[in-house]
Design a protein around this ligand. Structure first.
Ligand SMILES: Nc1ncnc2c1ncn2[C@@H]1O[C@H](COP(=O)(O)OP(=O)(O)OP(=O)(O)O)[C@@H](O)[C@H]1O
Length: 603
């Protein structure tokens, strides 16, 4: 598969302005920031413009941000690339709303989970294992949000596994509802600051990690992919940017610790953004930066969403957030797919265990079937205790017990593996067990699947996935219709690999042919069939999805051009203002020169 990410990319940075609050409406606060285009934010009372990958105003929904920036992140994650979403901003700026949202507008974490499950239903050739962990960094201590006893967890660092949190709970999840309940459990264990600005504000950095493993469904295949999607809701950044010393002096210990992580993050970002920097990068100075080290160095694609308040009373902090965002934008990363050894894969380990247990189960079933059945007469016999059959029978109970245990273990192991069929059944269960959230989530998954099939030609990852699925479907079809020529005299046996994909599906088709000529003829016919299929496909593809894509692409192009036009208009108006200023300065200077000349004449 083409490696789409072996090029240098910068961190994706977006800015989101939250709506003005009731409290702010009733105060004498004014609006400080305007969105001047899809990528530009402007000071309301000034001419300063800041440009990012995306800028969102107060009317933007989480769903729109997700489709703009996160959907592709999930696709990458499903294909084995690490991703990290960070929400940054001062207290009350909307970080948690962006991550979690509400029932009407679910946040990026919930939409990510829905999309992961939609993808798993779409990718019919693969099987998956999903594991989740949820930790917070509070007062420079890492606590397990899924286990209240897991306090002050340590960071483990080794060359093979990279950076990990030792003993953090990792739950294997097989449904959306199960992940939702983990998020709710974590929420109940979080540290809250409860400030006046934001009564429900969080005072810790919260990291929700989803580890995604996938493997081709063919049982022989040992090819697997593994990736981590980190969703990070940072604590309020106030005081971590400007006036650090004065702010720190006036805050309590908790605040200092929050800031220690964020100030270190700021320093790390600043040094990484300076390409000429040769100074040491202090990743190890805080827990947050230690955990983010490998992501920032390129092991994960980073999406940074900087949240700001629109109000004048928060101007300094918003400006500080924008400057942080500008520095982050300068960081380039060279991304690569995870390269794990077989021993690191849970999915392969589970497959191995399933194979071993199935074998044992077979042996036990054979043993049980070989034990003669005691008939009633024998049971009644006074010699029954000494009967060899009876003796054998005493062992049957323990065999049946062992069989039941094996069956339970097998069931438990295979329930960890997710595939498209199991999900279809799961979704039905979730609908039956209806709650409002499950309904929203299932509708969401359906929508994502539709988008997935519309987007398949425009995303390199989806294109590969769908090309692959089409190939497998074709090869299966061919296998069913294949003519197996029976051996006659002078038989020639030839193993014909299905072109391109036999390696991936790990399957060979064996045809028995009578002569070399027949073999060559057969090959020719296969090739012709393939070409014919391709032609058909191209026409169908063109008819079906091209129109939708062309319209979609044109819409994006138009909105981008409108944004660029707005930006240019803004720049022109800034330049016009400057020209006007220059002209009036020039007129004033000419006037002064005239006066000076007259004065000189008079002298
Ligand atoms: N885009 C938005 N649309 C509607 N309400 C929003 C939006 N952004 C934020 N809010 C509301 O503003 C308030 C503060 O937002 P939120 O709790 O997300 O801030 P935060 O940055 O996470 O704060 P803290 O750092 O203290 O946890 C909440 O009541 C939230 O519902």
């Amino acid at each position: 598969m083409e490696n789409i990410n072996q090029k240098e990319e910068s961190i994706t940075v977006a800015v989101r302005i939250r709506p003005i609050s009731q409290l702010e409406l009733s105060s004498d606060s004014t609006i400080s920031w305007d969105v001047a285009g899809p990528t530009t934010i402007k000071e309301s009372n000034g001419n300063r413009l800041y440009i990012f990958d995306k800028v969102y105003d107060e009317t933007t929904s989480n769903n729109l941000i997700f489709e703009d920036l996160c959907e592709i992140m999930i696709w990458r994650a499903m294909e084995g690339y690490n991703n990290c979403l960070l929400c940054y901003g001062e207290t009350g700026s909307g970080k948690t709303f962006t991550m979690q949202g509400n029932r009407k507008d679910p946040g990026l974490a919930f939409l990510s989970i829905d999309t992961i499950f939609a993808y798993m239903q779409y990718a019919t050739t693969k099987e998956f294992i999903i594991r989740c962990s949820y930790v917070e960094i509070y007062n420079e201590s890492i606590n397990d949000l899924l286990n209240p006893k897991g306090l002050n967890l340590q960071i483990k660092e080794d060359k093979k596994n990279g950076i990990k949190i030792a003993n953090a709970t990792e739950e294997v999840c097989h449904s959306v509802a199960q992940i939702h309940s983990l998020l709710a459990l974590g929420e109940a264990h979080k540290q809250f600051s409860g400030t006046k600005i934001n009564p429900n504000g969080s005072s810790s950095h919260c990291i929700f990690s989803i580890i995604i493993e996938s493997k081709l469904r063919s049982s022989e295949s040992e090819i697997f992919a593994i990736s981590t999607l980190n969703l990070i809701d940072l604590a309020g950044s106030e005081g971590s940017g400007m006036n650090i010393q004065s702010t720190l002096a006036s805050k309590n210990r908790e605040m200092k610790h929050i800031n220690k992580s964020l100030i270190t993050l700021g320093t790390v970002i600043m040094r990484l953004s300076d390409k000429a920097n040769t100074v040491h990068i202090p990743f190890r100075d805080s827990k947050l930066t230690r955990l983010l080290k490998s992501s920032l160095e390129g092991s994960a694609k980073i999406l940074l969403i900087c949240n700001i308040s629109p109000c004048s009373q928060n101007y300094d902090e918003s400006l500080s957030t924008l400057k942080f965002a500008q520095r982050a934008k300068k960081i380039s990363q060279v991304l690569s797919k995870n390269n794990f050894a077989e021993g690191d894969s849970l999915i392969l380990e589970i497959y191995k265990d399933i194979r071993e247990l199935s074998l044992k189960l077979c042996e036990i079933e054979t043993k049980i079937s070989l034990i003669p059945i005691i008939n009633d007469a024998e049971e009644e016999s006074p010699l029954r205790e000494h009967s060899p059959v009876r003796k054998e029978h005493s062992g049957v109970e323990s065999l049946i017990k062992e069989k039941l245990q094996l069956q339970n273990s097998l069931e438990r192991l295979s329930s960890m593996i997710i595939n498209s069929e199991k999900l279809a059944v799961n979704n039905k269960d979730e609908i039956n067990d209806i709650n409002e959230f499950a309904e929203i989530s299932i509708k969401n998954q359906e929508r994502r699947r539709t988008r997935l099939s519309i987007m398949k030609d425009s995303s390199p990852i989806i294109k590969e996935e769908s090309k692959f699925q089409e190939k497998v479907a074709r090869s299966r079809q061919r296998h069913e219709n294949s003519i197996v020529i029976k051996s006659r005299k002078n038989t020639l046996e030839a193993d014909i690999k299905v072109p391109d994909i036999s390696f991936e599906v790990g399957r060979k088709e064996t045809y028995l042919l009578d002569s070399v000529d027949e073999f060559l003829e057969f090959q020719e016919a296969q090739r012709a069939k393939e070409l014919n299929n391709k032609g058909q496909e191209n026409i169908e593809d063109l008819n079906k999805s091209s129109l939708v894509l062309i319209v979609d692409e044109q819409d994006i192009l138009i909105s981008d051009m409108e944004g660029m036009l707005k930006e240019k208009d803004n720049q022109i108006s800034v330049l016009k203002d400057e020209l006007e200023l220059c002209r009036s300065n020039m007129a004033r200077m000419q006037q002064q020169i005239k006066v000076l000349k007259e004065q000189r004449k008079a002298i």
